[in-house]
Write a protein that binds this ligand. Sequence first.
Ligand code: HEC
Length: 509
Amino acid sequence: MPRPRFPLTLALLPLLTATAGADDNKLDSRETGDRAIAARRVLFKHCRECHGDAATGRLTVVDHGKLVDPGPVPVAFASRKKDSPRSQVVEFMKDGSMPPGGRERPSEADIKAVEDWIAAAAPGYPKAFDDPTTLAAILDDYERPEQSKARPNLRYVSLTELADRPDAAEAIAQAQLKLQKALAPHLAGGKKLQLTPVDETATLFRLDVSQFGWDAPDLFQRWSADNKAAGVFRMVPFDLIHLEQPNPPAVPANLAERTTDALRRMNAHRRDDALGQLRAAAFVRGEWLADALLTKDGKPTPLADDLKSLVQLAAVLPKADSLPDDKRLTGPAYPPRSADTKPTPGASPFGTFTAGDAASDAAPFAVTAEFLIDGKPVREVEQSTMFVLRVKSGRAGRVTLLRNEPEFGFVEFVPLAADQTRLTADAAVNLTSRTNPDGFAVDTLPREAMSGVVNYALFVTAGDRAPTVIQSKHKYNPVWRVVPGGDDPAGVVRLVLPLTVLREKGPKK
Ligand code: HEC
């Protein structure tokens, strides 16, 4: 695998240092972690069959605690003490007595990996690199008394999913570097990035979001169906990341109570909601996060731009909750988006608008939609020409239609005819405007433009709770997001339907 092409910046932790010949007393967390991951791989491959959960003799390799502390044994299996280099595990592999019989021998490199691990004082590794194990490690860390002060701002980022790959060391080093590169530009002035490993394999990191200003409350308001601001919506900038992360980790039943408690405290500022975080997720997948903040060419993504502008907004909004809304809206204009992040058709601000989209979770049920004129599907319409939106849903549910004109930035509810807001399963419906039974028309085009794009975003919510639309308090170009309503965020399907609008050519038909 090629080394990452980007240069190591001074602010980043030293990474990718060659392990061969490194002084074992001066290993950094990445090197120590790599040794734990490599030794685990060897022991699981060659020894787990007999020294697994149902351990043969006193040795088990799946429980690191028992492996390094098995009770009285003549020679330590793997000692955590630096001054006790003998290891029966290594000796038995070397003299060929283990694994027994005609089994595949561990290679020299395998044995060396276990020796290197013991030379680094046999750092710990988990039984499995899966979500429940990761979650348990997070909860142990989060509940430690010394975290009490920082708790509302602590979040966790995981690279554990890379640890089972054959090229784990390389993959994790690259992912960690990219993650640091993606996060570093968000640091508040002069700070050094604190991405602290909480486990000995150094694949799970604690992140204090206040170092980025991602803990600022009260930056968002609800947007009502009559297209007006309707009260504070309590979320912090970091919640945008949770909103956009696909496939958030599931919580196993045995950890449900502790997880709920932790998630509540993760947003102590959101006083009015039962659960602290939006689309609560116990951790963020690090590879996804790096990609969500930084494009392949190393440029900030729209999500990264949104986070930055929210931090700027927080700096100018008066902190006091008591000020009237209009006063709080007098902050400076949202910085204009750079040319690179100019909205393109389909990549609209419904995002769940901008980057990812919870839509990258598999759709929980099928919804199809198309624009029709005179019963024929169209992808472009002339300005002021009427069209309808035909929708069919695999489940009965509630329909919400929003639209956004990327050139102007705003988002608005499209009022639907009253009998169209609820869909019956598998029955096609032609959606039309509440004020015009013939359908919809687009009148606005930027001055001089010959064409423009309007994005329609269709949300179908199984059950009866419409999604909540929220808008940041920026005076111009606010940040928008759509938050699934109801208890079942997976019960929402959203489709973003770009429609090209052409300037009227002749007299209106
Ligand atoms: C096919 C099954 C099998 C495999 C695979 C195997 N072992 Fe064993 N191992 C045994 C048996 C059987 C014993 C004897 C247990 C006893 O004395 O009760 C044993 C004992 C041991 C002991 C001594 C345990 C004690 O209680 O003192 C060590 C250390 C050991 N094995 C290391 C290894 C290592 C390291 C590997 C992998 C490289 C390995 N074994 C793979 C079957 C296996």
